[in-house]
Design a protein around this ligand. Structure first.
Ligand code: UD1
Length: 429
């Protein structure tokens, strides 16, 4: 299993190109199931999760072709991929494929809307209680689907097609909102979704669906109206820049000090995180070409943070922000409200010398004057990258084990960081 070795304690200076957003690419790729025409996506990141979803979609009958194109000087790639689901050959998403990536469960929406049936393995093979899909079931049922659970699979049927309805989510869910948009686009009549997720990735999907002929209004607000149509066509659509990658590198610079241009980043996609970073004493300069992040000599001020659905502080930046706070001058409190058990990075950060106590869903971080390199273990995608940025700031050598998590969500991480003066390398095996 690959490891990443970092010789820490160096400032970051230079330019980092920001890739297309993983969390926008995945639902957009899944939307290709809605039409027999070609959906062309630009700015698709090269990530393990994208490759895995290509395999999953292939199983349903989606063909694809790639136009590679070198776009940035600094090693960033942007791919254009054409997806065509001329014929859906299989409406089952098997356990072996879905268990590897939770988002692949989302194929349930377009398969059901286009084919009148879908049989999709429960994600991770866990029970509904621990990896809930109740919001998907309730939402699709509101559109007239009959849903059963058979042998670890959700079986959804709507032989006469889905029917528009009014549905209020009891809790905000990004994935369930994506699925409802895709399903309602091909339902008969009007659907009104209340308490919809407002994340930029939802807007990116809705804009693409509208180009394909859907009639969706209000995406990006809690109330979304969808006037169903009988079929959708192909389209060409660009994936937004990755706001989590942007925030991660901004926090890396905040930790190490230095001056980095995040090329192609869009500040309005992560306003809350950038405002928080400014409060810590980092200089953030929005420019036409991206965001410049700078911190010189001055110390890091402690700031309390509570994660929340968009436009709040994203849960996907919580671990990275905690890494930053380990070196702040004083105490900060970080509260996680979206996911339980999303503090796996705490004990690994402690191996680097961080002082963090846990009280329920709140971490109390007592800043230390410096971190020291150590061996650490990556536990999930965002936790892994928090260890990398902590390693960049720590004195001495840090080895991050089990880096396959990073490859799921960070394109060419070592290259991008090396380009800014970091000493970071991958050790194979
Ligand atoms: C997406 C993102 C993930 C991000 C998360 C929250 C992708 C591929 N992943 O995940 O990176 O961390 O949004 O911003 O875009 N829930 C239920 N029942 C359900 C569905 C969800 O209770 O049927 C709960 C979840 O357990 C969680 C909360 O709702 O506590 C939010 O989850 P959700 O927004 O659905 O996350 P994902 O879409 O899986």
């Amino acid at each position: 299993m690959d490891r990443i070795r970092i010789a820490g304690g160096r400032e970051l200076n230079g330019t980092i190109p920001i890739s297309g957003a993983k969390n926008a690419a995945l639902p957009l790729m899944i939307a290709s199931l809605l039409t027999d025409d070609t959906l062309t996506l630009e700015n698709v990141p090269h990530l393990a999760d994208v490759e895995q979803l290509i395999r999953i979609l292939g199983n349903h009958g989606v063909d694809y072709s790639v136009n590679g194109r070198r776009e940035h000087q600094n090693g960033g790639y942007s791919r254009t991929i054409h997806f065509t689901a001329r014929q859906i050959v299989d409406t089952t998403a098997p356990y072996e494929l879905v268990s590897k990536m939770r988002a692949s469960f989302w194929v349930i929406g377009p398969l059901l809307a286009r084919m009148g049936e879908a049989r999709v393995s429960l994600p991770g093979g866990c029970s509904i209680g621990t990896r809930p899909v109740d919001l998907f079931i309730d939402g699709l049922s509101a559109l007239g689907a009959e849903i059963d659970i058979e042998g670890g699979y959700i079986v959804a049927r709507a032989p006469k097609g889905l029917v528009g309805a009014r549905y209020a989510f009891p809790k905000v869910s990004v994935g369930a909102t994506h699925v409802m948009l895709m399903a309602a686009a091909l339902a008969r009549g009007e659907t009104v979704i209340e308490n919809a997720a407002c994340e930029p990735e939802i807007v990116n999907l809705a804009e693409c669906l509208n180009k394909m002929g859907a009639r969706i209004e209000g995406a990006g607000t809690p109330t979304v109206r969808i006037d169903g149509v009988t079929s959708l066509s192909g389209a060409r659509h660009r994936i937004i820049p990755d706001r989590i990658e942007t925030g991660t590198y901004a926090m890396a610079v905040a930790m190490t000090g230095g001056d980095v241009m995040l090329e192609g980043a869009e500040p309005e996609l992560l306003k809350s995180a950038l405002d928080t970073l400014e409060q810590t004493g980092v200089e953030i300069v929005p420019l036409n070409s991206g965001i410049r992040v700078r911190r010189n000599g001055a110390g890091i001020r402690p700031v309390d943070v509570t994660t929340a659905p968009f436009p709040g502080f994203p849960t996907d930046l919580q671990a990275q922000f905690m890494a930053l706070m380990t070196m702040a001058k004083g105490k900060s409190r970080i509260t996680e409200t979206i996911f339980e058990n999303r503090f796996m990075h705490v004990q690994e950060l402690a191996r680097l010398g961080a002082h963090i106590g846990l009280a329920g869903q709140t971490a109390i971080v007592e800043g230390v004057s410096g971190l020291k390199g150590a061996q650490v273990m990556a536990t999930d995608l965002r936790a892994s990258v928090s260890l990398v940025i902590a390693g960049l700031a720590a004195e001495g050598e840090t080895t991050v084990n089990r880096v396959y998590h990073l490859d799921r969500g960070f394109e060419r991480l070592e290259e991008k960081l090396s380009g800014c003066g970091a000493k970071i390398e991958r050790i194979s095996g």
